[in-house]
Ligand binder design. Sequence first.
Ligand code: DHB
Ligand code: FE
Length: 281
Amino acid sequence: MARIVGGVTTSHIPAIGLAMAGGNENEPYWKRFFAGYEPVKEWLAKVDPDIAIVVYNDHGLNFFLDKVPTFAIGCADHYENADEGWGLQTLASFDGDVEFSWHLAESLINQDFDMTTCQEMLVDHGFIVPMALMWRHLPEWPVQAIPLAVNTVQHPLTSARRCLALGKALQKAVESYPDDKKVVIFGTGGMSHQLQGERAGHIDVDFDLQCMESLITDPEWLAGLSNSHIIEKAGTEGIEIIMWLVMRGALQANVNVVHKHYHVPVSNCGAGVLVLENAEN
Ligand code: DHB
Ligand code: FE
Protein backbone atom coordinates (compact mmCIF):
# COMPACT_ATOMS: atom_id res chain seq x y z
CA MET A 1 0.00 0.00 0.00
CA ALA A 2 1.15 3.57 -0.62
CA ARG A 3 1.80 5.57 2.53
CA ILE A 4 2.46 9.19 3.40
CA VAL A 5 5.89 9.61 4.99
CA GLY A 6 5.22 13.23 5.91
CA GLY A 7 4.64 16.66 4.54
CA VAL A 8 6.51 19.85 3.83
CA THR A 9 5.05 23.30 3.42
CA THR A 10 7.14 26.00 1.85
CA SER A 11 6.96 29.35 0.12
CA HIS A 12 7.59 29.24 -3.64
CA ILE A 13 8.80 32.79 -4.26
CA PRO A 14 10.38 33.08 -7.74
CA ALA A 15 13.33 35.14 -6.44
CA ILE A 16 14.47 31.96 -4.62
CA GLY A 17 14.83 30.25 -7.99
CA LEU A 18 16.78 33.18 -9.31
CA ALA A 19 19.12 33.04 -6.30
CA MET A 20 19.71 29.31 -6.86
CA ALA A 21 20.27 29.79 -10.57
CA GLY A 22 22.81 32.51 -9.80
CA GLY A 23 24.56 30.52 -7.05
CA ASN A 24 23.84 33.26 -4.50
CA GLU A 25 22.90 31.03 -1.58
CA ASN A 26 25.78 32.12 0.62
CA GLU A 27 25.34 35.82 0.11
CA PRO A 28 24.34 37.68 3.30
CA TYR A 29 20.82 38.33 2.00
CA TRP A 30 20.18 34.62 1.35
CA LYS A 31 22.37 32.67 3.77
CA ARG A 32 19.92 32.34 6.64
CA PHE A 33 17.00 31.57 4.33
CA PHE A 34 18.78 28.71 2.57
CA ALA A 35 20.24 27.38 5.84
CA GLY A 36 16.61 26.78 6.85
CA TYR A 37 16.35 24.10 4.16
CA GLU A 38 19.33 21.98 5.19
CA PRO A 39 17.32 20.00 7.79
CA VAL A 40 14.56 19.52 5.21
CA LYS A 41 17.01 18.00 2.77
CA GLU A 42 18.42 15.75 5.50
CA TRP A 43 14.92 14.56 6.41
CA LEU A 44 14.07 13.86 2.77
CA ALA A 45 17.29 11.89 2.36
CA LYS A 46 16.30 9.83 5.41
CA VAL A 47 12.68 9.11 4.48
CA ASP A 48 13.61 8.66 0.81
CA PRO A 49 10.18 9.15 -0.82
CA ASP A 50 9.29 7.67 -4.20
CA ILE A 51 6.71 10.29 -5.10
CA ALA A 52 6.09 13.94 -4.26
CA ILE A 53 2.57 15.31 -4.61
CA VAL A 54 3.13 19.03 -5.08
CA VAL A 55 0.16 21.22 -4.17
CA TYR A 56 0.66 24.60 -5.82
CA ASN A 57 -1.17 27.25 -7.77
CA ASP A 58 -0.62 27.94 -11.40
CA HIS A 59 0.23 31.62 -11.90
CA GLY A 60 -1.31 32.04 -15.36
CA LEU A 61 1.18 29.91 -17.29
CA ASN A 62 -0.58 26.58 -17.74
CA PHE A 63 -4.09 27.90 -17.05
CA PHE A 64 -4.67 31.42 -18.28
CA LEU A 65 -7.45 33.54 -16.82
CA ASP A 66 -9.95 32.45 -19.46
CA LYS A 67 -10.04 28.88 -18.08
CA VAL A 68 -9.19 28.29 -14.44
CA PRO A 69 -10.07 24.99 -12.75
CA THR A 70 -10.53 25.23 -8.99
CA PHE A 71 -8.69 21.91 -8.51
CA ALA A 72 -6.59 20.16 -11.14
CA ILE A 73 -4.29 17.16 -11.08
CA GLY A 74 -1.57 16.15 -13.49
CA CYS A 75 -2.12 12.77 -15.15
CA ALA A 76 0.94 12.80 -17.36
CA ASP A 77 4.19 10.88 -17.44
CA HIS A 78 6.18 14.05 -17.45
CA TYR A 79 5.92 17.76 -16.76
CA GLU A 80 7.96 20.54 -18.32
CA ASN A 81 9.08 23.72 -16.63
CA ALA A 82 7.29 26.71 -18.15
CA ASP A 83 8.27 29.40 -15.70
CA GLU A 84 8.81 33.02 -16.64
CA GLY A 85 12.53 32.61 -17.15
CA TRP A 86 14.27 33.16 -13.84
CA GLY A 87 17.16 31.02 -15.02
CA LEU A 88 15.36 27.87 -13.97
CA GLN A 89 15.32 26.49 -17.50
CA THR A 90 18.52 24.66 -16.62
CA LEU A 91 16.50 22.27 -14.45
CA ALA A 92 15.49 18.83 -15.71
CA SER A 93 11.84 18.15 -16.49
CA PHE A 94 9.85 16.10 -13.98
CA ASP A 95 8.77 12.48 -14.34
CA GLY A 96 5.23 11.66 -13.26
CA ASP A 97 3.42 8.42 -12.43
CA VAL A 98 0.37 8.25 -14.66
CA GLU A 99 -1.19 5.22 -13.02
CA PHE A 100 -0.93 6.71 -9.55
CA SER A 101 -2.28 10.04 -10.83
CA TRP A 102 -5.37 8.41 -12.31
CA HIS A 103 -5.91 6.49 -9.10
CA LEU A 104 -5.73 9.74 -7.10
CA ALA A 105 -8.06 11.51 -9.53
CA GLU A 106 -10.61 8.71 -9.39
CA SER A 107 -10.49 8.46 -5.61
CA LEU A 108 -10.75 12.25 -5.13
CA ILE A 109 -13.67 12.50 -7.55
CA ASN A 110 -15.38 9.62 -5.75
CA GLN A 111 -14.95 11.65 -2.56
CA ASP A 112 -16.74 14.62 -4.21
CA PHE A 113 -13.66 16.64 -5.20
CA ASP A 114 -14.28 17.34 -8.87
CA MET A 115 -10.71 17.43 -10.14
CA THR A 116 -9.82 18.59 -13.62
CA THR A 117 -7.54 15.88 -15.02
CA CYS A 118 -4.64 17.16 -17.12
CA GLN A 119 -2.86 14.79 -19.47
CA GLU A 120 -0.59 17.68 -20.39
CA MET A 121 0.49 20.16 -17.76
CA LEU A 122 3.19 22.80 -17.72
CA VAL A 123 4.48 23.70 -14.27
CA ASP A 124 5.68 27.08 -13.03
CA HIS A 125 7.66 28.47 -10.09
CA GLY A 126 4.91 27.41 -7.68
CA PHE A 127 5.96 23.82 -8.36
CA ILE A 128 9.56 24.20 -9.48
CA VAL A 129 10.96 26.37 -6.70
CA PRO A 130 9.92 23.91 -3.95
CA MET A 131 11.30 20.96 -5.95
CA ALA A 132 14.58 22.81 -6.47
CA LEU A 133 14.74 23.80 -2.80
CA MET A 134 14.31 20.17 -1.75
CA TRP A 135 16.67 18.49 -4.19
CA ARG A 136 18.18 20.87 -6.72
CA HIS A 137 18.90 17.75 -8.64
CA LEU A 138 20.55 17.38 -12.01
CA PRO A 139 20.35 15.73 -14.46
CA GLU A 140 17.24 14.12 -13.02
CA TRP A 141 15.03 14.29 -9.93
CA PRO A 142 15.19 11.55 -7.29
CA VAL A 143 11.37 11.27 -7.10
CA GLN A 144 8.44 11.17 -9.44
CA ALA A 145 6.22 14.21 -9.01
CA ILE A 146 2.49 14.80 -9.31
CA PRO A 147 1.25 18.39 -9.62
CA LEU A 148 -2.00 19.21 -7.84
CA ALA A 149 -3.11 22.75 -8.67
CA VAL A 150 -5.47 24.85 -6.56
CA ASN A 151 -6.77 28.12 -7.97
CA THR A 152 -5.63 30.92 -5.67
CA VAL A 153 -5.42 33.50 -8.46
CA GLN A 154 -8.79 34.20 -10.04
CA HIS A 155 -11.81 34.76 -7.79
CA PRO A 156 -14.02 33.10 -6.73
CA LEU A 157 -11.49 30.98 -4.85
CA THR A 158 -12.08 27.84 -2.85
CA SER A 159 -11.84 28.11 0.95
CA ALA A 160 -9.28 27.22 3.58
CA ARG A 161 -11.75 24.67 4.98
CA ARG A 162 -12.18 23.02 1.61
CA CYS A 163 -8.40 22.76 1.26
CA LEU A 164 -8.16 20.97 4.60
CA ALA A 165 -10.91 18.59 3.45
CA LEU A 166 -9.09 18.03 0.15
CA GLY A 167 -6.04 16.98 2.14
CA LYS A 168 -8.11 14.47 4.11
CA ALA A 169 -9.47 13.04 0.86
CA LEU A 170 -5.94 12.95 -0.52
CA GLN A 171 -4.79 10.86 2.43
CA LYS A 172 -7.52 8.30 1.67
CA ALA A 173 -6.67 8.42 -2.02
CA VAL A 174 -2.97 7.74 -1.38
CA GLU A 175 -3.58 5.01 1.17
CA SER A 176 -5.97 3.12 -1.09
CA TYR A 177 -3.29 2.63 -3.75
CA PRO A 178 -2.17 -1.00 -3.67
CA ASP A 179 1.48 -0.53 -4.68
CA ASP A 180 4.12 0.13 -2.04
CA LYS A 181 5.05 3.76 -2.54
CA LYS A 182 6.43 6.27 -0.10
CA VAL A 183 4.70 9.58 -0.71
CA VAL A 184 5.58 13.06 0.51
CA ILE A 185 3.08 15.91 0.23
CA PHE A 186 4.28 19.46 -0.45
CA GLY A 187 1.97 22.37 0.30
CA THR A 188 3.40 25.48 -1.32
CA GLY A 189 2.82 29.23 -1.52
CA GLY A 190 2.51 32.08 0.92
CA MET A 191 3.44 33.33 3.34
CA SER A 192 2.18 36.89 3.71
CA HIS A 193 2.67 38.93 0.55
CA GLN A 194 0.88 41.40 -1.65
CA LEU A 195 2.40 42.08 -5.04
CA GLN A 196 0.31 45.03 -6.21
CA GLY A 197 -1.81 48.01 -5.21
CA GLU A 198 -1.51 50.39 -2.29
CA ARG A 199 -0.52 47.62 0.10
CA ALA A 200 2.20 46.18 -2.16
CA GLY A 201 4.96 44.81 0.06
CA HIS A 202 2.59 44.08 2.95
CA ILE A 203 3.97 41.44 5.35
CA ASP A 204 2.42 40.34 8.67
CA VAL A 205 4.97 38.36 10.67
CA ASP A 206 2.56 37.65 13.56
CA PHE A 207 -0.07 36.23 11.22
CA ASP A 208 2.53 34.09 9.42
CA LEU A 209 3.74 32.64 12.72
CA GLN A 210 0.15 32.03 13.85
CA CYS A 211 -0.48 30.13 10.60
CA MET A 212 2.58 27.96 11.19
CA GLU A 213 1.50 27.22 14.75
CA SER A 214 -2.02 26.41 13.57
CA LEU A 215 -0.69 23.93 11.04
CA ILE A 216 1.03 22.09 13.86
CA THR A 217 -1.49 22.10 16.67
CA ASP A 218 -4.83 23.37 15.43
CA PRO A 219 -5.43 23.36 11.67
CA GLU A 220 -9.09 24.10 12.37
CA TRP A 221 -8.08 27.65 13.30
CA LEU A 222 -6.73 28.48 9.84
CA ALA A 223 -9.44 26.38 8.19
CA GLY A 224 -12.06 28.50 9.95
CA LEU A 225 -10.87 31.82 8.54
CA SER A 226 -12.68 33.40 5.59
CA ASN A 227 -10.77 34.26 2.44
CA SER A 228 -11.39 37.97 2.97
CA HIS A 229 -9.93 37.75 6.49
CA ILE A 230 -6.86 35.86 5.24
CA ILE A 231 -6.37 38.41 2.45
CA GLU A 232 -6.70 41.28 4.90
CA LYS A 233 -4.04 39.75 7.16
CA ALA A 234 -1.72 38.06 4.66
CA GLY A 235 -2.17 40.14 1.52
CA THR A 236 -3.88 39.41 -1.78
CA GLU A 237 -1.36 36.74 -2.79
CA GLY A 238 -0.90 35.62 0.81
CA ILE A 239 -4.14 33.68 0.30
CA GLU A 240 -1.87 30.98 -1.17
CA ILE A 241 -1.42 29.84 2.44
CA ILE A 242 -4.68 27.88 2.13
CA MET A 243 -2.71 25.31 0.11
CA TRP A 244 -0.66 24.49 3.20
CA LEU A 245 -3.87 23.04 4.63
CA VAL A 246 -4.01 20.44 1.87
CA MET A 247 -0.72 19.05 3.12
CA ARG A 248 -1.90 19.22 6.73
CA GLY A 249 -5.19 17.49 5.97
CA ALA A 250 -3.29 14.59 4.43
CA LEU A 251 -1.59 13.91 7.78
CA GLN A 252 -3.04 12.47 10.96
CA ALA A 253 -4.62 14.61 13.68
CA ASN A 254 -1.41 14.45 15.72
CA VAL A 255 1.86 15.31 14.09
CA ASN A 256 5.47 15.68 15.10
CA VAL A 257 7.40 18.74 14.03
CA VAL A 258 10.58 17.68 12.28
CA HIS A 259 11.59 21.20 11.35
CA LYS A 260 10.24 24.74 11.37
CA HIS A 261 11.89 27.85 9.96
CA TYR A 262 10.69 31.37 9.16
CA HIS A 263 12.60 34.14 7.45
CA VAL A 264 11.59 37.65 6.50
CA PRO A 265 11.80 39.24 4.05
CA VAL A 266 12.49 37.24 0.92
CA SER A 267 11.82 39.56 -1.98
CA ASN A 268 8.59 41.11 -0.65
CA CYS A 269 7.28 38.11 1.27
CA GLY A 270 7.35 36.25 4.54
CA ALA A 271 9.00 32.88 3.86
CA GLY A 272 8.34 29.77 5.93
CA VAL A 273 9.13 26.08 5.79
CA LEU A 274 7.63 23.36 7.96
CA VAL A 275 8.25 19.60 7.98
CA LEU A 276 5.68 17.43 9.72
CA GLU A 277 5.42 13.68 10.28
CA ASN A 278 2.50 11.62 11.51
CA ALA A 279 2.80 11.07 15.25
CA GLU A 280 1.73 7.41 14.89
CA ASN A 281 3.54 5.62 12.13
C1 DHB B 1 6.12 36.34 -6.01
C2 DHB B 1 5.36 35.45 -6.79
C3 DHB B 1 4.72 34.40 -6.19
O1 DHB B 1 4.01 33.50 -6.90
C4 DHB B 1 4.78 34.21 -4.82
O2 DHB B 1 4.11 33.17 -4.29
C5 DHB B 1 5.54 35.07 -4.04
C6 DHB B 1 6.20 36.15 -4.64
C7 DHB B 1 6.84 37.47 -6.66
O3 DHB B 1 6.66 37.67 -7.87
O4 DHB B 1 7.62 38.14 -5.97
FE1 FE C 1 2.80 32.27 -5.76
